[in-house]
Design a binder for this molecule. Structure first.
Ligand SMILES: CC(C)(COP(=O)(O)OP(=O)(O)OC[C@H]1O[C@@H](n2cnc3c(N)ncnc32)[C@H](O)[C@@H]1OP(=O)(O)O)[C@@H](O)C(=O)NCCC(=O)NCCS
Length: 156
């Protein structure tokens, strides 16, 4: 099942962060902030027992882009289509808010994420220098969600 995250999910989200990331982990404080603010939307994928994964979207006013800020699936549940289902929900949310593009970033060495985004129809459109806290560049990804909408690629 996929549903909106609530502040009651923060403990589980922190466990996921620790399992999935070695750098740039979101903290309790940042989750609290993001879950309570209107410019962010977080979805969780759950089974009867636990949260298996989450995806967090950010919106800026007057931008045609929704930005995938974080996506993680518990390693015990990889390759079962959970991230794909989360992304379908995110894409619906971006369209519902009248945005035309979904943006994301990834580390160059994150083969799983690059392949995943490629499968979902994202293009790699550039790099952002020293984007991550350990100084690694980010690859910028974009997916156009609205055919016939604004065709001009927004600046990365
Ligand atoms: C990237 C990530 C979210 C994918 O989650 P997932 O639920 O395992 O992905 P899915 O099962 O929905 O995979 C969908 C498709 O993506 C591609 N893919 C996913 N993981 C892959 C991997 N390890 N290697 C190659 N391709 C992969 C495949 O094409 C896959 O389809 P298939 O299984 O039918 O071949 C997961 O590996 C993860 O949480 N990684 C750690 C956190 C992270 O790096 N997040 C992204 C940066 S914010």
């Amino acid at each position: 099942m996929i549903r909106h995250a609530t502040p009651d999910d923060i403990d589980s989200l922190l466990v996921l962060e620790a399992r999935c990331f070695s750098y740039d982990r979101l903290t309790r404080r940042s989750f609290r902030h993001l879950l309570l603010r209107g410019h962010a939307v977080t979805f969780v994928a759950t089974d009867e027992q636990a949260i298996q994964g989450y995806a967090l979207l950010l919106f800026r006013d007057a931008s045609s882009i929704g930005r995938l800020y974080s996506l993680a699936v518990d390693p015990r549940h990889h390759r079962r289509g959970i991230a794909r289902r989360l992304m379908r929900t995110l894409e619906r949310e971006v369209r519902r808010r009248g945005r035309h593009w979904l943006a994301a970033e990834t580390r160059p060495r994150n083969r799983a994420m690059r392949r995943f985004c490629n499968e979902l129809g994202f293009d790699e459109v550039g790099r952002k220098r020293r984007f991550y806290e350990d100084g690694v560049d980010a690859i910028l990804l974009r997916k156009r969600l609205v055919p016939g909408g604004s065709s001009k690629q927004p600046r990365p």
